[in-house]
Structure formats: structure tokens, C-alpha cells
Design a protein around this ligand. Structure first.
Ligand code: PLP
Length: 399
């Protein structure tokens, strides 16, 4: 038996071989919308799926396939299918399996867009949605035990990086025959492989850490062939297809996934430890900190604690207004998971769709800052935060 290939090697080599042509060492961007056949019988066999090949770009494309195959390998999955965005991956997956009268159980702290699907769109389709307190495993188990078609998880969550015990939730879900789906965007396959823990479907916003360079949108779902096939069919008809150029950029970004994530894990840990020493900081949320309520579970199910953290500052949004523009090495932007550090208030980024009351109910203070650690030199990132805190006006420090 061949030795198991490590993630770093997979990030470079997996998924590419079948798409290389003319001796190229890199996957080409195939922009062709359709694929032609002189042999009518061969065309027919490919069209009905008896033979591998490509027919039309909304369905499949060689560059897109290389991207799907790479993610599939990194996530230890049988199959993967991709989408134009992470939200398309989420909405198409839910659309494939949920029908009027069905019930889904999830948590309150899912990504803002996902939360909108749960609170705005699914109820209109007469799907019953139950959102439990994130991290309250008993409450989730109780709701799941009442019966549900889907148990939908996200861990770590956005923006307070709460942790859910994946194996425990898989057991609860499978006991009632539910499909267990997880958004693994924050962890990435370098830090966490939910399929190994029994999860049925793993979703990524490839826009974030997978691509890693904030220059391409994309989404992907991995899991068992029989499930992914159904999602693929829903997507090929509904049309939220990943563009080949975006697939190429994501593929290229993924070659350094293991290097970037290793560095981002380290930087986030050091930033979190530094922030704990700052007077103006009320709270630091990072699963790599021993006092984080999810630390032990995270240690059990993750190989690294990830590049995302958040912290709240004294003086709330007024302090945020002064502090963030002073940072020299951070983009003030809505995305996350890029090579550059990115900061933003949660009220403007992950939870902009919520009212202040909704945010308060979710435990998201108006002065909460989401921090996506980049791959910069850590000394420069800490010095940058130091000078930004030092520049706060006297009257703010007094608060
Ligand atoms: C960004 C994000 C999404 C949505 O992805 P898009 O590519 O922006 O559509 C979903 N889940 C999580 C956790 C995210 O961070």
C-alpha cells in the first residue's frame, strides 16, 4: 500500500495530472464554452454520462475539474462539485435536499448570509428552521432528536470563533437519519477534515483561505459521490457555475495553502496573546487560547487553530473608528483569509445584515473587531497594533 500523502504535497500535486496537455506542467485555463465531437456515438455516450468528457461549460470544464479534484483530495472526500461563490454552494446544497415540510437544525452563529437563508428564504419555502445557541451541545442534541432532515454546522464560527464538537453532533444527526453538513471555510482542510469525523458534506467559500489572495470568488461542496451527484445536478441546471479563470486563480492559490495556513495559525496565536496584554482590549476570542471555552474540543478535532480571531475594545465603536484607520498593514475590508491581514468591525462585515438588537442577542458587541491574520512578519503586525493603540486620543484611553 502506498504511504498516505501529506497535505502540503496534496495541495501542490492533487487533481492536476489529468488536465495537463502538450507537456504543460500547469493546468491550462480552458475558456471554451463547449466541447466538440466528430463521432456522434461518442458525443452521445459523454452526454448521457457513460463516458468521461466535457459537453458544455455550465456543466463541467477541465480547469474547474482540477480545482474540484484538488479540494476533494485535501478533504478526504469521494467527490466534489464547485460553484460561483460560497453562498451558491450553500444555497444550492440546501436547495437540493430541503423541501416544504422538512426541518433543519443549525446554530445562531452561522455566516451572515447563511443566517439570512435560514431566517428569510427557507421559511418562505415552508422549511422549518431551528437555530440553537452556538456551543450549547445539549440544546442542539435536543432539537435534533425531535427529527430533522439536515443538521447544519459551522466551526469555528464567524466572528467570535466558537467551537462545536463535530463527532458529537454527527452522532446526534445520524441517530435521526439527518444529513450532517458543515461549513469548513474558517478551518480549511489543512486544520480540519470533517469527513474523517463522520460529516456527510463539507462546504467551503473558496473565496477565503482556499484561494487565499482575495482575487477570485468561488465555492465548493465535498462528500460521498451519491450526495455530490445530486448537488451537481441541481447546480448544472440552476447555473451557479464556477468560472474557469476563477478556478485557475483558486488552483494557483491552493498550491501554497499549507504554507499560508501554517503561518496564519502561528500569527493568529501570537496576535491573540499580544491582545490579551493590551489595556484597551476587553475580550479576545481565539480557540488557540487555553481560556477559550472551545479550546479542548478544538484541540481534539483541529490540527491548527486557524487564522481568524476577534477582539472587543473599550469604548466600543468610537474606539474602532479611531483604531482601524491607523493600521498600516491591514486592509479594512469585508473579506477574510487572504495573504494580507484584514480587519473590520463585525457590525460592518460578517453581521451587517443584522440589526443592532439582533447582534446584541448573538453576543456580538458593536465594538467587536474581526481580525484575519495574514502571512506578514509577526513583529511588524504586533508593532502595527502597538502604534495604533498608542495613537488613541487621551480621552478615549481614560474610558
Ligand atoms: C464568506 C463566507 C461564506 C460565503 O462565501 P462567498 O464566497 O462570499 O459567497 C460562507 N461561509 C463562510 C464561513 C464565509 O466566511
Amino acid at each position: 500500500m502506498m504511504k498516505e500523502i501529506n497535505k502540503g504535497t496534496q495541495a501542490l500535486w492533487a487533481g492536476e495530472k489529468d488536465q495537463l496537455v502538450h507537456g504543460a506542467t500547469q493546468v491550462p485555463v480552458v475558456h471554451s464554452v463547449s466541447f466538440g465531437y466528430d463521432d456522434m456515438d461518442e458525443w452521445y455516450e459523454v452526454a448521457v454520462g457513460n463516458k468521461t468528457g466535457h459537453i458544455y461549460g455550465r456543466n463541467t470544464n477541465p480547469t474547474v475539474q482540477a480545482f474540484e479534484d484538488k479540494v476533494k483530495t485535501l478533504e478526504e472526500a469521494e467527490a466534489a462539485t464547485s460553484f460561483s461563490t460560497g453562498m451558491a454552494a450553500i444555497s444550492n446544497t440546501l436547495g437540493t435536499f430541503l423541501f416544504p415540510g422538512d426541518r433543519i437544525v443549525s446554530i445562531k452563529d452561522t455566516y451572515g448570509g447563511t443566517n439570512k437563508i435560514f431566517t428569510e428564504f427557507l421559511p418562505k419555502q415552508h422549511v422549518d428552521v431551528e437555530l440553537c445557541e452556538t456551543g450549547n451541545h445539549e440544546a442542539i442534541e435536543e432539537e435534533v432528536a425531535k427529527g430533522c432532515k439536515v443538521l447544519y454546522l459551522e466551526t469555528p464560527t464567524n466572528p467570535t470563533v466558537k467551537i462545536t464538537d463535530i463527532e458529537r453532533m454527527v452522532k446526534a444527526g445520524h441517530d435521526v437519519g439527518a444529513l450532517v453538513i458543515i461549513d469548513n471555510t474558517f478551518a480549511t482542510p489543512i486544520n480540519q477534515n470533517p469527513i474523517e469525523l463522520g460529516v456527510d458534506l463539507v462546504i467551503h467559500s473558496a473565496t477565503k483561505f482556499l484561494g487565499g489572495h482575495a482575487d477570485a470568488l468561488g465555492g465548493v461542496v465535498c462528500g460521498r459521490e451519491e450526495l455530490v451527484e445530486q448537488i451537481y445536478h441541481y447546480r448544472e441546471i440552476n447555473g451557479a457555475t464556477l468560472d474557469p479563470m476563477a478556478a485557475y486563480l483558486l488552483l494557483r492559490g491552493m498550491k501554497t495553502l499549507h504554507l499560508r495556513i501554517g503561518r496564519q495559525n502561528e500569527n493568529a496565536q501570537k496576535i491573540a496573546e499580544y491582545l490579551k496584554t493590551v489595556d484597551m482590549v476587553d475580550d479576545v476570542f481565539y480557540p488557540g487560547l487555553e481560556e477559550h471555552p472551545g479550546h479542548d474540543i478544538a484541540k481534539k478535532q483541529m490540527r491548527g487553530f486557524g487564522g481568524m480571531l476577534s477582539f472587543s475594545v473599550k469604548g466600543g465603536i468610537d474606539t474602532v473608528r479611531h483604531l482601524l484607520p491607523k493600521l498600516q498593514f491591514a486592509n479594512r475590508a469585508a473579506n477574510l483569509g487572504a495573504v494580507e491581514t484584514i480587519v473590520g468591525p463585525a457590525r460592518t462585515t460578517s453581521h451587517v445584515e443584522c440589526t443592532p438588537e439582533e447582534r446584541a442577542a448573538m453576543g456580538i458587541p458593536e465594538g467587536l473587531i474581526r481580525y484575519s491574520a495574514g502571512i506578514e512578519d509577526i513583529d511588524d503586525l504586533i508593532a502595527d497594533l502597538e502604534q495604533a493603540f498608542a495613537s488613541l486620543p487621551e480621552n478615549m484611553l481614560a474610558k
